[in-house]
Design a protein around this ligand. Structure first.
Ligand SMILES: *Cc1c(COP(=O)(O)O)cnc(C)c1O
Length: 379
C-alpha cells in the first residue's frame, strides 16, 4: 500500500507556503464559534463569508464548498450534463476526474504555448453531436480567451464551466474572472493563492443551477423529510469560513508581494535564451501571481528540465514539475481511448518547473535560487 509520508523536519525552500493570518485575528472568529456552538451546516460565518465572497467577485451567486474538487464535480452534476466535455490535459488531476466521475467523456483540446490555456482555435473541430460543455482551465491564473470561448459556446449551445482553481482575484478589463461562463470553480486549498485550509467555491449564473448545486452539496436534502437528488457532502465548515474571512483581508497585500517576487524572477532569468515565463493574451489583465511557472528549452540550454529539477532539489530548493504528466497520460486514462491530440500540452509539461513563490519569500532567497539555476545551466 502506498502512503506518502509527511515529514515536518525537511530543510529548504519550498514551492509554496500556506498563507496564515495573524493568530489573534483567527482567534477572534474562534470566540464567535464557541459563543454560538455552530460548527458547520451553513452557519453564521459561512453566511458572512459567502456574502463577502460575492462582493469580492462582484457576482450574484457564490456557493462556498468543502474543497474545490467537490464543487467542480457537483457543478457538472447540477447542470445534468451527459456526453462529451471539451477540456485540456495540462491541468491538475481534479479537472479530468470531475468529468469522468460524472459519467461524461473528456475530449482533450490542446493549449496555447504562450499562456498554457485552451487554444480556442482548436475547439470547434472537436465538437460533435455528443458535446455538451467546455471545461477550460485558467492555468496558473492566466485567463483563458473568455470572449472566444463564449462565442463558440453560444454558437453550439454548450455550457461553459471554468476550472478557476488558480485564478482567485484575477480580472479581465476590470471585470472579475468569476463573471465569465455559466460557472467558475475556485479552490481555497492551503497551497493556493487564497486559502480556507481546505475549501473552495463556485460562482453560478443560473439561479436554478445554484439551487440544485446547493442541495447536492448537502446530500440532495430538500427539506426535513425530502431527499430529491443523489447528493454528496461538500459543505464548508465554520473553521474554514473563519480562515477565509481572515485571509480575505490580506489578499491584496499578498498579491502585491507576490507580484514583486514574480517581477524579480523575471528580471533575473530573462537574460537567458531558452528560459521563458508566461505572458497574458491581452494587456488589461490583472494577474494574481499564484505560481511562478518557468519553461526550459533543453535544445537551447543543453540541459533537460529533469536535470535542472534534480539539481535544485538536491540543493534543497523544492521546485515542482507542475503539471507533469498531463492528465491524459495518467495510468487511469492512458488506455481509455479519449479523443484529442495535444502535442503542445505534452511539450510544456516536459519543460515546466514552478519556482518557489509565496508572500514571505525573502529577496535573497530568490537571488540564491536564480544563482543555482544559472550556475547549473552555464557549466
Ligand atoms: C487545486 C486544484 C483543483 C482542486 O481543488 P481542491 O480544493 O484541492 O479540491 C482543481 N483544479 C486545479 C487546476 C487545481 O489546481
Amino acid at each position: 500500500m502506498y502512503f506518502e509520508k509527511f515529514s515536518d523536519d525537511r530543510k529548504g525552500i519550498f514551492v509554496t507556503k500556506p498563507t496564515l493570518p495573524p493568530l489573534k485575528e483567527y482567534i477572534s472568529y474562534l470566540e464567535r464559534i464557541w459563543d454560538k456552538d455552530i460548527l458547520t451546516n451553513m452557519g453564521p460565518l459561512h453566511e458572512e463569508f459567502r456574502e463577502k465572497l460575492s462582493d469580492f467577485f462582484g457576482v450574484d451567486i457564490c456557493l462556498p464548498s468543502s474543497n474545490g474538487h467537490m464543487a467542480l464535480e457537483l457543478t457538472i452534476q447540477a447542470m445534468e450534463l451527459k456526453g462529451e466535455i471539451i477540456t485540456t490535459p495540462y491541468t491538475f488531476a481534479s479537472t479530468t476526474h470531475a468529468i469522468v466521475r460524472n459519467g461524461c467523456t473528456p475530449v482533450f483540446c490542446d493549449v496555447k504555448e504562450s499562456d498554457c490555456t485552451i487554444d480556442s482555435n482548436k475547439i470547434e473541430e472537436l465538437i460533435t453531436d455528443q458535446t455538451v460543455a467546455i471545461l477550460p482551465v485558467h492555468v496558473y491564473g492566466m485567463p483563458c480567451n473568455v470572449d472566444e470561448i463564449d462565442r463558440i459556446a453560444n454558437k453550439y449551445g454548450l455550457k461553459v464551466i471554468y476550472d478557476a482553481a488558480h485564478a482567485f482575484g484575477v480580472k479581465i478589463g476590470g471585470k472579475s474572472i468569476a463573471s465569465f461562463g455559466d460557472a467558475s470553480m475556485f479552490s481555497f486549498h492551503a497551497t493556493k493563492v487564497f486559502n480556507t485550509i481546505e475549501g473552495g467555491c463556485v460562482t453560478v449564473k443560473d439561479p436554478q443551477n445554484a439551487v440544485r448545486l446547493y442541495q447536492l452539496c448537502n446530500f440532495g436534502i430538500m427539506g426535513e423529510d425530502v431527499v430529491s437528488a443523489v447528493g454528496a457532502n461538500a459543505k464548508m465548515n465554520e473553521f474554514q469560513a473563519a480562515m477565509g474571512l481572515c485571509n480575505l483581508e490580506h489578499f491584496e497585500e499578498n498579491r502585491r508581494k507576490r507580484k514583486s517576487i514574480y517581477e524579480l524572477y523575471k528580471k533575473e532569468l530573462n537574460e537567458f535564451d531558452g528560459i521563458r515565463m508566461l505572458d497574458a493574451y491581452r494587456d488589461d489583465i490583472e494577474r494574481n501571481y499564484s505560481y511562478c511557472a518557468v519553461f526550459f528549452d533543453s535544445e537551447v540550454l543543453g540541459v533537460t528540465r529533469n536535470e535542472i529539477y534534480d539539481y535544485l532539489v538536491s540543493n534543497n530548493i523544492y521546485v515542482r514539475k507542475y503539471f507533469y504528466p498531463i492528465t491524459s497520460d495518467f495510468d487511469c486514462y492512458k488506455n481509455a481511448g479519449y479523443r484529442g491530440e495535444t502535442p503542445i500540452s505534452r511539450k510544456l509539461s516536459n519543460q515546466v518547473l514552478t519556482l518557489p513563490i509565496y508572500p514571505e519569500l525573502e529577496e535573497e532567497k530568490i537571488f540564491d535560487i536564480c544563482e543555482y539555476l544559472k550556475a547549473f545551466i552555464r557549466r
